[in-house]
Structures are given as structure tokens and as C-alpha cells.
Design a protein around this ligand. Structure first.
Ligand SMILES: [Zn+2]
Length: 430
């Protein structure tokens, strides 16, 4: 490599390149020159004595690597080791040796300092990029860990939703023995998930992502994700039906909205919301429905079916919600009074007019009231179940539901199943 370079002719413009290559130090059978009758030549061992020393084949002379590159930067006046080259071998080494003298010269010292600095110097942009790279890597690691933790918290939220359980506890303070389902699950999982445990240990309370607000936000994100899927499927299906019903709970009225559609040859019924309504008039309910469909960008013109109950605010031909929808553009529709509601009404009316049926259910209702009305009587009932070895089928007596008449079937089944036990209980009482 050095054969291609020569300090006598090499350009020093590209400092980076020359610094990376180092001094030119060829090893060869150096030519001899006669000095005062003595035949002398450059000695290879001098390389090890002076780390800056270079040899020029062209000039059979030595140069200084440091001064050659940095001499002009430090105000170098001497040119022997820089331009002409030193080749007086007789005076090269020894106490008064020129090589040693050059080593100690002010000019050389300054050039050497520059060379050393340059060698270990990392340009400022490289230094900054190193810091930036380190910072970026740290932030990426943090981001990765945060994502892992967020996924676990989301999973806990999803799990509790699927279990249909309450998130919070009555007392969520750290001192509480039961902080509620959500916090309990997070802390339980942390025992087996080191990043989550680290997260709980490291961060102060307000950035833990565990507050009720964050829980609600996560539930909303999941709900929106599900709505996006429903929206995509309804759009793909194009035509859909809508089913609505109102319910009152804790002095507030709500309307459930269900969409029914066929996607990939499968019938889907998907609830898109349980919305609070301030008024139960047809117009008010219509407004809420149109707003919810609008949010999903589902056009009214593709609505082909409307299933509501028979109440006038729903079914009314002038002010009912079904007519309001038609007026608003849902013209393809077929309105039908929900079949389940109809069946329920028919059964109710039939039962009211048939005395034997009325008697059966009033008796069953009375049995329930007597047996469930006191813990002592219920305990007797439980013991009789064991005595008669009634273990399978329905054994628990239930309260009647007036709005879901068909649910009375459960009571009927339970009564038939436990009949010997009930008769025994009541005959003993009598
Ligand atoms: Zn020098």
C-alpha cells in the first residue's frame, strides 16, 4: 500500500484519509549514501524510535507525518521534514541527532497534539448523532415497554367486560383489602409480568393508566373498534333492518338500537348503542336513531326493515318513529311489530281469559312467595330437595316476569321438577 504513497508528493488536502492511512513506512533495502567516507543509509529500526517518522522512496529522505499534515496550521516555519525531506543520515540519531531534535521542537509538538486530537476526535455532528441515537434507542425501548403494559391493561379491561363484571371496588385505596376487580387483576398479573410490575413500581399514581377515566376511555376505544367492524359489515351488506326498544332504569329512559343484516351469508344482529333519551315521543326517539346511524355513516335509504313494539310512539302512523323514518328517507322499509312482543301480548291475553291457566300460575306464584319469603322456609325447601334426591333440572323457584310472559316456562319447569318436594313442604306445614 505504501508503495503507492510517498510523503514527498502526497497531497495533504484530504486529512481524514491520510490520518486513517497513517505514516508512510516502506520496508526495503534502503539505498546507501556516502557521508565523509562513510556509507550510510536509512535504518528501519528508526521507525520504532519515532512514531511520526516517514520514509520517501522518491527522495530517499525522511519526513514527519504530523508536521506534513498539520505544520501549516500551527505556523510551522521549518520545511525540512515537511517539504524537502531530511536525508543527512550521519546526523540523524545520537545526542545531537536531528530526528530527536525535531521530536522536541515546538512546531512538532503542536503538530503532534493536533494529530492526536484528530485521531481521537469525533466530529460534533457525529457526537450529536451518537447522543441522539442513544436517546432514540432509549425512547424506543421505553415505547416498547409502555406498549406491552398498555396491552396488558387493555386485556384486563376486555376480560372484565366479557365477564360482565364491575370494574371498581368500594374502597380502592392502597390500604384496602379488596380494591375491586380491575386493580386486583392488574396487580395479580404483575406478579407474572415483570414490565407491568416495573411500571407499577416506577410511576406515580397519576400516570399509571389505571384511573376510572382511563378505564372508561379504554372501554370507549374498544366499543368504537367494534362499531367500526359493524359499520364495515353493514356497508358491505348494503341493506339492513333496525330494531329499537325503550327501557327505564333508575329513573332514566334509554333506547336500545340493534342492526340486523346479512354479511357473508350469515345473519347478524348487533347492538350499536343503548342511548339515554330525554323524551319518549316518536320524534325524539327518531332523532336519537338518526344521529346514531349518522355517526356510522349508514344511510337511511338502505333501511329495509324496522322492528319496534306496538306503542304509539313507535308504531304510530303519523307521529310514531316508524313514520318519522319514512319521512326522513327510509322509504324501502317494511315496518313490523316485533314478533316476540306480539307473541308475548297474545300469550298474556290468552292466559287472562283462561281460568285454569290463571289458577296454575297464581298457585306457582304463591309457592314462590311462601318458599322464598323466609330463610327458614327456604332452608326446609333445600333439605327436602336433598331428601327427594332432586339434583338435576331446574330446582330454583323464580319470580314472575310480566313483560316476558314466555319466561314463565322456567317457573313451570322448576315447579314440575320439584313437585314432590313442594307438596311435602306444604303438607307438613298444613
Ligand atoms: Zn514533526
Amino acid at each position: 500500500m505504501d508503495s503507492a504513497r510517498d510523503p514527498a508528493s502526497e497531497s495533504t488536502a484530504d486529512v481524514e484519509r491520510i490520518m486513517s492511512l497513517g505514516p508512510v513506512r516502506p520496508k526495503l533495502d534502503f539505498p546507501r549514501t556516502t557521508f565523509g567516507g562513510k556509507s550510510l543509509r536509512f535504518q528501519e529500526r528508526w521507525y520504532s524510535l519515532f512514531d511520526w517518522l516517514e520514509y520517501s522512496v522518491e527522495k530517499d529522505a525522511t519526513f514527519c507525518f504530523c508536521c506534513r499534515i498539520f505544520g501549516n496550521q500551527v505556523g510551522c516555519s521549518g520545511t525540512v521534514f515537511v517539504k524537502q525531506g531530511f536525508r543527512n543520515w550521519k546526523k540523524a540519531v545520537g545526542n545531537e541527532g536531528k530526528l530527536e531534535k525535531h521530536s522536541k521542537s515546538r512546531m512538532h509538538q503542536l503538530s503532534r497534539e493536533r494529530a492526536i486530537c484528530r485521531k481521537t476526535y469525533v466530529p460534533i455532528n457525529a457526537q450529536l448523532s451518537a447522543v441522539a441515537a442513544e436517546d432514540l434507542s432509549r425512547r424506543q425501548q421505553e415505547k416498547k415497554e409502555n406498549r406491552e403494559v398498555a396491552e396488558v391493561i387493555f386485556d384486563v379491561v376486555r376480560h372484565i367486560i366479557l365477564q360482565n363484571e364491575a370494574f371498581g371496588g368500594h374502597d380502592e385505596k392502597d390500604s384496602s383489602l379488596n380494591q375491586g376487580k380491575f386493580l386486583a387483576e392488574i396487580k395479580f398479573l404483575a406478579k407474572y409480568h415483570p414490565p407491568l410490575q416495573k411500571w407499577l413500581d416506577t410511576y406515580p399514581g397519576n400516570v399509571l393508566w389505571l384511573s376510572p377515566d382511563i378505564q372508561n376511555e379504554m372501554i370507549e376505544i374498544l366499543a368504537n373498534h367494534i362499531l367500526d367492524i359493524i359499520k364495515m359489515q353493514v356497508k358491505e351488506s348494503k341493506y339492513y333492518s333496525v330494531e329499537c326498544d325503550e327501557v327505564t332504569s333508575h329513573k332514566h329512559s334509554y333506547m336500545s338500537i340493534v342492526l340486523r343484516y346479512v354479511f357473508n351469508n350469515i345473519i347478524y344482529e348487533r347492538m350499536i348503542g343503548l342511548k339515554e333519551v330525554v323524551s319518549l315521543t316518536g320524534k325524539s326517539l327518531w332523532g336519537v336513531l338518526v344521529q346514531e346511524l349518522g355517526k356510522l355513516q349508514i344511510p337511511l335509504c338502505n333501511m329495509v326493515g324496522k322492528g319496534f313494539d306496538g306503542a304509539s310512539n313507535m308504531s304510530g302512523k303519523e307521529k310514531g318513529m316508524q313514520q318519522q323514518l319514512t319521512d326522513a328517507g327510509a322509504t324501502l322499509f317494511l315496518y313490523f311489530h316485533c314478533f316476540a312482543h306480539c307473541l308475548n301480548l297474545v300469550l298474556e291475553k290468552c292466559a287472562e281469559t283462561l281460568q285454569p291457566v290463571k289458577d296454575v300460575f297464581s298457585t306457582i306464584g304463591a309457592i314462590y312467595k311462601v318458599m322464598e319469603g323466609s330463610p327458614q322456609r327456604n332452608a326446609v325447601y333445600e333439605r327436602k330437595l336433598e331428601l327427594f334426591s332432586i339434583k338435576d333440572g331446574r330446582t330454583a323457584l323464580r319470580a314472575f316476569s310480566d313483560t316476558r310472559w314466555t319466561a314463565k316456562e322456567d317457573n313451570l319447569n322448576a315447579t314440575i321438577n320439584t313437585l314432590p318436594c313442594s307438596i311435602d313442604c306444604h303438607s307438613r306445614r298444613a
